[in-house]
Design a protein around this ligand. Structure first.
Ligand code: T4K
Length: 373
């Protein structure tokens, strides 16, 4: 059997992409707000239900630029349970991350613990909708409004996620998306910032293009974070298939839940009530006392069967050398995140994962529990 990775991109038929390539070749327009870029901004905005969206070459540059766009400085409250890019974006802006623990039922920043971390230097909150599951956006807004803080959501795991039919991207001052190859919706590398008014969009577009306002006017030291025409072309094509891809992911998540439910010591998230999800990952938690083996042992056992689960998100960002000496990162300060990081493993989930492969993964989990060593 072939290696089973944690994720695989869902690619449209090659011939369809070739048609786009031909147009790029014919036009000789490769990047810098090209035709496909313009078309994708419009169509993606429509699909996601947002009016102002700016495309980026990747999610990390979008995060860095989002912080620049709102002129965030000082301290920002964030989660340690995320991909490193979330906190690295703060570092690149010279902002001090202040880590706060997560909620065990969502793996997202725990709003009940945010207020205690606010100081006179706090300017913003940077929560992450981890695994595509929405944060407690209502409570976070209340806190932000009370203390006059900005909210930038790292929405890199979400695509088309809604809460009671409202796009999750409507919440916060800005939301940042990633369209990396490993995401539900991909443009090879790629990303976006969603904002809520035209002047903010103009500022963001300006920042991602060196700060150019016109051929000879540079208003700010912007960066180069533009999406190119190849990326935009794949994005346009992916839009045709993304509903199908998400439906398949949902089916796989349901099959996993059904298959794993009898195995003691394993827990996983159910769908959140009222939320339309996109199933980018299938995280499970392994309670070593009840399951009888540690998460790391499971990770190795899966590998022996050519199943490459990933320990997203271990180690916690706060445990990395760059951040671990910070006061908020000290061991014991975030007990839930520390526990989750030790117990979590993401099982393979992607539209082309076959039922045979899924059943094999479930059997490995079952058999390994029953094995004595
Ligand atoms: N915020 C959050 C919350 C994020 O999760 C991320 C990215 C960001 C911000 C930053 O967005 P970007 O700047 O990346 O747009 C991967 C991705 O590189 C990263 O985008 C993602 N989060 C993170 C969670 O996962 P790695 O280092 O684990 O990826 P890698 O190369 O080991 O790939 C994982 C598996 O995917 C491979 O074993 C096989 C499969 N794969 C991968 C690639 C690249 C493919 O099948 N095809 C491919 O082309 O970081």
């Amino acid at each position: 059997m072939e290696k089973i990775f944690v994720t695989r991109p869902f690619l449209p038929p090659l011939e369809e992409f070739q048609e786009y390539l031909k147009k790029i070749w014919d036009s000789k327009w490769l990047t810098n707000n090209g035709q496909f870029h313009k078309e994708l901004e419009q169509k993606l905005g429509e699909y996601l239900g947002v009016k102002y969206i700016s495309l980026f070459s990747n999610g990390t540059l979008a995060l860095i630029t989002a912080l620049q766009a709102l002129k965030i400085t000082g301290e920002v409250i964030t989660t340690p349970f995320s991909f490193v890019a979330t906190t690295h974006a703060l570092w690149w802006n010279g902002i001090k991350p202040v880590f706060v623990d997560i909620d065990p039922n969502s793996f997202n920043l725990d709003p009940n613990k945010i207020e205690a971390a606010i100081t006179p230097n706090t300017t913003a909150i940077l929560p992450v909708h981890v695994y595509g599951n929405p944060c407690n956006v209502t409570r976070i807004k209340e806190i932000a409004d009370t203390y006059g803080l900005k909210v930038i959501y790292d929405a890199c795991h979400t695509f088309g996620v809604t809460i009671k039919d409202i796009p999750v991207l409507h919440f916060g001052d800005l939301s940042v998306m990633s369209f990396h190859a490993t995401k539900v919706y991909t443009t090879f590398e790629g990303g976006a910032i969603v904002c809520h008014d035209e002047s903010t969009k103009k500022r963001i577009d300006n920042l991602k293009n060196f700060g150019f306002l016109s051929e000879t006017t540079v208003v700010t030291p912007g960066i180069n974070a533009k999406m190119n025409e190849m990326q935009a072309a794949l994005g346009l094509l992916q839009l045709k298939y993304v509903d199908q891809a998400i439906a398949k992911r949902k089916e796989i998540a349901e099959q996993y839940r059904e298959g794993l439910k009898g195995i003691a010591g394993l827990t996983y998230l159910e769908d959140f009530p009222g939320v339309k999800q996109c199933y980018p990952y299938f995280p499970i938690l392994i309670d070593k006392d009840k399951y009888g083996k540690t998460r790391d042992a499971v990770y190795e056992e899966l590998k022996k069967h050519d199943i490459y689960g990933r320990r997203y998100f271990y180690p916690l960002i706060s445990q990395l050398p760059t951040y671990r000496s910070m006061e908020s990162a000290q061991p014991g300060k975030m007990p839930i995140a520390e526990k989750m990081a030790e117990e979590v493993i993401c099982l393979p989930i992607f539209p082309d994962l076959s039922t045979k492969e899924l059943n094999m993964i479930v059997s490995v989990m079952q058999n390994y529990k029953e094995r004595k060593s």
